[in-house]
Design a protein around this ligand. Structure first.
Ligand SMILES: [Zn+2]
Length: 447
């Protein structure tokens, strides 16, 4: 919790700026207090709203005082989990998005993410995932999917995440994939309603991010689904670059041309041997021509990496990119744009799903409230990573003479210890003193 206040000394004033909650007088809790109450659900990885009652309300003599300390409030009682749900219904999604924007702007200004920059630009990965799935229609905006004679009703989200050092991913924007034209569903079958999809969601999400971060130099790192004209056109319009997974099946003619040109340019190769026996061979072709389905012409470079391990394992990857590929840049594009994205993408949503964050849990069946829970989770996940990867915890481990993971045993235990601290330890004022924070240099572990 100190980590939050140290990274963002004005965090509480940001919470004050959440839009007018319109919480009636009957609710005695202020915005700041309830926002922290909601963040605790994820910071402490409680897994469900009911756990707030069991773990915080009914247990621990210090919870109220510590929460008051965090939020700088003077509440005299603790809320119940339903209070949070009520609150979620009264603070607009846009308010939470604005809070996230402030957090990211601060991290960028602190240069906390700079070590992961690719040729000077920030790597933004797009990742869609299924969140909720119901056997019956749950709201007017559900996506529908036929499986045999059964129809499933789904809610998906497209998430844009900035890559930071050491595997940190910072949520930058979220776009819910849902059927907006659901209003004219009358008389149409599920199949006839034009379904929203990842690529359409991208067209809504990216311009919004550009508006919020106009100066940010961005390279999109995306999978082969995005190797198409609309994506190249949008990236050009936003003045962003891209690294897109290159697959034969997605753009067969381009793939053939690439293979032919690569064979004709044997000088476009670079070989690296690593101490652990791994060998990476890079190859590239410049200025491939591509005509998209709408007749627009594009020119970009393509690159590949074949990696073999000492025990005979072999992996092959290829990408298309708007970045200039050559002997000086090919390695960096592969490491920071291609391989790293792949690794982090596999960790990001997985961790949110398979931990106490419990991403796919139905925190609310009200679709609007549920979006608020989703954003709370994304914000908390940024804070959790800062705690895990930040230098405060590292310093603590150094003092104890042990690596961070040994200090707590597992990341799950970090959340447990935090919960115990909130319940039983009297948090002192000076721990949260912003002047103390100013004296400390806090950075992210880049290893
Ligand atoms: Zn629905």
């Amino acid at each position: 919790m100190q980590t939050v206040r140290h990274f963002f000394p004005e965090f509480n004033t940001w919470l004050d700026r959440l839009p007018d909650t319109r919480v009636p007088d009957a609710c005695t809790y202020g915005t700041r207090f309830l926002a922290w109450w909601g963040l605790c659900l994820y910071l402490l990885q409680l897994g469900s709203r009911r756990q707030l009652d069991f773990e915080l309300r009914d247990g621990g003599p210090r919870v109220l005082a510590n929460l008051n300390r965090l939020a700088a409030t003077t509440q005299t009682t603790l809320p119940v989990h339903d209070t949070l749900d009520y609150f979620a219904g009264h603070v607009a999604v846009a308010g939470w998005e604005a809070l996230r924007t402030r957090i990211v702007q601060r991290l960028l200004r602190m240069k906390a993410l700079d070590a992961a920059r690719l040729l000077g630009s920030f790597v933004l990965l797009l990742d869609a995932t299924g969140l909720l799935c119901f056997p019956e229609r749950h709201c007017a905006h559900c996506l529908t999917q036929r499986h045999g004679n059964q129809t499933l009703y789904l809610h998906h989200v497209l998430e844009a995440k900035l890559l930071g050092p050491g595997g940190v991913v910072v949520s930058l924007g979220s776009e819910f994939i849902e059927n907006a034209d659901a209003g004219d569903r009358k008389g149409k079958s599920a199949e006839e309603v034009k379904q929203d999809c990842e690529l359409k969601a991208m067209q809504r999400l990216l311009p919004r991010i550009k508006q919020e971060f106009p100066q940010l130099r961005v390279t999109l790192a995306v999978d082969s689904l995005y190797a198409c004209g609309p994506v190249f056109a949008l990236a050009a319009a936003l003045d962003w670059s891209f690294v897109v997974t290159f697959k034969e099946g997605r753009t067969p003619a381009l793939w053939q041309e690439y293979q032919a040109l690569l064979a004709a340019c044997p000088q476009n190769r670079l070989r690296r041997q690593w101490a652990d026996g791994r060998v990476q061979v890079f190859g590239w072709v410049q200025q491939l021509d591509y005509e998209d389905s709408e007749g627009r012409r594009w020119q970009f470079d393509a690159l590949e990496c074949t990696e073999t391990t000492a025990n005979g394992g072999r992996q092959y990857f290829a990408w298309l990119t708007g970045l200039p590929v050559g002997v000086k840049t090919v390695e960096e594009i592969v490491q920071k744009g291609g391989r790293y994205r792949w690794k982090v993408e596999n960790e990001g949503f997985n961790r949110q799903k398979n931990s106490g964050l419990n991403l796919q849990h139905v925190y609310s069946i009200d679709p609007e409230k549920w979006k608020v829970y989703y954003l709370l989770l994304q914000i908390a996940f940024v804070l959790v990573q800062l705690l895990e990867r930040g230098s405060l915890l590292r310093r603590l481990a150094e003092e104890a003479g042990r690596p961070v993971w040994k200090l707590f045993g597992s990341l799950k235990n970090v959340a447990r210890r935090l919960l115990e601290s909130l319940r039983f330890v009297a948090w002192e004022d000076e721990w949260f003193d912003p002047r103390q924070a100013g004296k400390m240099r806090i950075g992210l572990d880049t290893s």
